[in-house]
Design a protein around this ligand. Structure first.
Ligand code: PGA
Length: 231
């Protein structure tokens, strides 16, 4: 089975020109890899620029339309050709997103036909199992088993994101086991948190790890392509 590699550009780059350069360089290199499927999640404003790749959004609103200044709806993303959406990234949770809001966003996204990547993960020192179980159970409440089965779940321990301190493979597999035990036997599970060229291969060779969510290292085309090619 192909591995899924998701590029999360976060709030980068700052200009259209830089986004175009990064995108063109990544796109040129992607043709060489047959074992991986790449999804690029740029900031909303660059989505129309990225043609010819599978696109994801980094966030979405929980309603379809109406008086919600500044928001972007799942229907709008779907209409732009976006296929995937990250929901519940820890950088969103940190800004106050609750499991309840995440659940509403998931439901609205599924209704618009988007494929959901739910991000979960504990903070340093927290009880991993308690946090993961709660994030999953509250995030997925009221969603049909068929819809749940089509979602990807990304395990991203907060302490590993952007810190250079990636979670070891053994510990990652233990966390994925906790996730699986929440009736997620069939789901593709990803790892994210300080993935770099020199550690990507260790995760990708594990059958239980369906792919990677790459932040910082997705902003340099060469490095990102080396990660894509690490399997
Ligand atoms: P990082 O980010 O690769 O920069 O640690 C991962 C993420 O936030 O998805």
């Amino acid at each position: 089975m192909k591995k899924i590699i998701i590029a999360n550009w976060k709030l980068n780059p700052t200009t259209w020109e830089e986004a175009e350069n990064l995108f063109e360089a990544v796109k040129r290199g992607l043709g060489h890899f047959e074992n991986s499927e790449v999804i690029i999640c740029p900031p909303f404003v660059y989505l129309p620029l990225l043609k010819g790749v599978t696109l994801g959004a980094q966030n979405v609103f929980s309603e379809t339309k109406g008086a919600f200044t500044g928001e972007i709806s799942p229907a709008m993303l779907s209409d732009l050709g976006v296929e995937y959406v990250l929901i519940g990234h820890s950088e969103r949770r940190k800004m106050g997103e609750s499991n309840e809001l995440i659940n509403q966003k998931i439901k609205a996204s599924l209704q618009a036909g988007l494929k959901v990547v739910l991000c979960v993960g504990e903070k340093e020192g927290e009880d991993k199992k308690a946090v993961l179980d709660k994030q999953i159970q509250e995030g997925l409440v009221g969603i049909s088993p068929e819809d749940v089965a089509n979602m990807m779940i990304a395990y991203e321990p907060v302490w590993a994101i952007g810190t250079g301190k990636n979670c070891g493979v053994k510990e990652t597999l233990e966390a994925l086991e906790i996730i699986r035990n929440n009736n997620l036997e069939k789901n593709i599970l990803l790892y994210g948190g300080s993935v770099k060229v020199d550690n990507a291969g260790e995760y990708l060779k594990e059958e239980a790890i369906g792919g990677l969510l790459v932040g910082g290292a997705s902003l340099k085309a060469e490095e990102f392509l080396a990660i894509v090619g690490a399997f």
